[in-house]
Ligand binder design. Sequence first.
Ligand code: SF4
Length: 213
Amino acid sequence: MVQKKKIVEIMEYLEKLFPNPDPELHFDNEFQCLVAVILSAQCTDKRVNEVTAKLFKDYPDSVSLGALSQGELEKLIYSTGFYHNKAKNLLALCKILNEEYNGQVPRDPEVLETLPGVGRKTANVVSSACFGANRLGVDTHVFRVTNRLGLVDAKTPLEVERQWNEKYPEYVNHDSHFRLVLFGRYHCKAQSPKCADCELRHICKFYQDNTKK
Ligand code: SF4
């Protein structure tokens, strides 16, 4: 019951901070969403948006993007880092989408996860952002924030997802996911969390542990 009160208070605060949470990546369709999330690995959303603004203008779908050579695609996505593997995965992904899915992105996150370059987090984020699936994508921000607040006690992203699904099924949705991401990105930052301005200090495990005398 105490935990129930805590999650409600936390999610109400996050809703107050981020009333209309949305992905910060730019895309116009499901395929572009998938590509943008893949490119965002180890890269900022700002940089990905700079790259995809040009990329999607000329190569908006799996047919046009999939017709590029490895070298051509590497040059276009170079600045997102890990460009060799990202290009390799994107070309393999386009081939499968074109040959097996008529160029469409599968809706089922379990199927998405089988595609090249698509891990569990990416599958969950895309299925939630594009298809309204109730899935929690656990990125570095969600992992840190949920542990710091003491909502989960997890060592891996998969553990966070499992514990979250079990304890807070009513908050396994698009808005909760993006609010946690935005809270981690702008408020409860990795290096310098804004604890002085945070209304969750009284229930935050991290804050309590680090201010004990
Ligand atoms: S009190 Fe600090 S560590 Fe805790 S949630 Fe707020 S910003 Fe993050």
